[in-house]
Design a protein around this ligand. Structure first.
Ligand code: PLP
Length: 421
């Protein structure tokens, strides 16, 4: 059992009033709050250990380097990567996905005849460069791939979903036969809460020899992740959505893929030998970590992982499911409510609109009652287009939320709906 009071005591930010009302923070899919241990770890680093890593022989530099590499091992263990060198620290999911889209583009350009070349030989890249995503992607897992394929007159293939927000796996299989070079899919939709059957989707793509990227931004805080069991080729995530500081996140990649992909950014640390004529690159994971990293935040991420590991993760899942089910059940009583995302396998959040009421107006009114939710398209405009709506109100839960907060939230929505009708 989770001791929610004890947990909440570790999140001082929750203990405040907004507009004279106790804060009810239900915007956890955007970012989670940080426990004291994480804040203190980062502070402690700057108080006692701050130093640039990997480059110094002196005590502090070695200490900071050791701590940073220890954090990498902790991340590797947390998601069950085979080796620490399969973990690349990035700023978060968005940067990880941009890294992959760029590196894959360069890999394809070096593998196929480049359409950018002045050579008159016909390009084979144009017809071959397809990337497969799903209809429920966050812009971060859509725009980098879209821009990449468009630079080469390639094509973005999109797996459709049904009215409940469930992917059509028959269509997925058909699209795999069209020969995409990469599949990149959300583990959990940040709008619909759908948990996609990623393990099955990875196995299907592998039957066609296609590598799979999983966008784990919305899953890693809520469910144990085992990248070896999923057999995904890449898994990306953001620290700030899992109780860690902002500005840190990760990219897991199977070593054989990371070895094959060219570097993303160039500069210090990612090189082996440099001359004016030629540069050779460092080994994994440093090949992908150009420049000075966010060491303090990486240590904060390690502490956030330790914080999660100190809890019974099954109990966390059960608690969050209970909050979600209670919210759905209570919201269902509201006349004219339409849930966006009704998959059987879902997690963490509920999205809805109410007939005749703009989500923004509803969000603004319940904010004045102390309730923080997100309104709008949630960086997933194609999802809004699919459902023919301007946006949704989204309440997303974390381990520190309580049943009382669900009650306050639903009451606030009911009151706002009455005021706006
Ligand atoms: C599913 C999903 N992917 C990607 C992102 C982007 O994450 P970040 O802004 O931390 O890079 C988000 C953020 O909400 C998300 O929910």
């Amino acid at each position: 059992m989770l001791n929610i009071n004890e947990i909440r005591a570790q999140f001082p930010v929750l203990d405040q009033q907004v507009y004279g009302k106790p804060l009810v923070y239900l915007d956890n899919a955007a970012t989670t709050q940080k426990p004291l241990c994480v804040i203190e770890r980062e502070r402690d680093y700057y108080l006692h250990e701050n130093c640039n890593i990997h480059r110094g022989v002196h005590y502090l530099s070695q200490k900071a380097t050791e701590a940073y590499e220890h954090a990498r091992q902790t991340v590797a263990d947390f998601i069950h990567a085979k080796e620490a060198r399969e973990i690349i620290f990035t700023r978060g999911t968005t940067e990880s996905l941009n890294l992959l889209a760029t590196s894959f583009e360069h890999l394809f350009l070096s593998t196929f005849h480049s359409p950018l070349s002045t050579d008159s030989k016909p390009s084979t890249l144009n017809s071959q460069l397809k990337v497969l995503v799903t209809a429920m992607e966050h812009h971060s897992n859509l725009v980098p791939w879209q821009q990449m394929v468009q630079r080469h007159q390639g094509q973005l293939l999109v797996v459709p979903m049904d009215d409940k927000g469930v992917l059509d796996l028959e269509q997925y299989e058909k699209l795999l036969k069209e020969g995409p070079k990469v599949v990149s899919i959300a583990h959990i939709s940040n709008v619909l809460g759908t948990i996609n059957p990623v393990k099955e989707m990875v196995a299907m793509a592998h039957r066609y020899g296609i590598p799979v990227v999983i966008d784990g931004a919305q899953s890693i805080a809520h469910h144990p992740i085992d990248v070896q069991d999923l057999d995904c080729d890449f898994f990306v995530f953001s620290g700030h959505k899992m109780y860690a500081p902002m500005g840190i996140g990760g990219l897991y990649g199977k070593a054989e893929w990371l070895e094959k992909l060219p570097p993303y950014q160039f500069g210090g640390e990612m090189v082996d030998k440099v001359s004016f004529e030629k540069t050779t690159f460092n080994v994994l994971p440093y090949k992908f970590e150009a420049g000075t990293p966010n060491v303090g935040a990486a240590l904060g991420l390690e502490t956030a992982i330790q914080f999660l590991q100190s809890l019974d993760r099954k109990a966390v899942e059960d608690h969050e499911t209970m909050l979600l089910q209670s919210a759905i059940q209570k919201l269902s009583e509201i006349e004219g409510i339409r849930f966006i995302g009704e998959a059987e396998h879902r997690s963490g959040l509920v999205s809805f609109i109410i007939d005749g009421i703009h989500p923004y107006d509803l969000g603004t009114i319940i904010d004045k009652m102390g309730v923080a939710v997100r309104t709008g398209h949630h960086c997933a405009e194609p999802v809004m287009t699919r459902f023919g709506i301007p946006g949704t109100v989204r309440a997303s839960f974390a381990l520190y939320n309580t049943m009382d907060e669900v009650e306050v939230f639903v009451k606030a929505v009911k009151k706002a709906a009455m005021m706006l009708r």
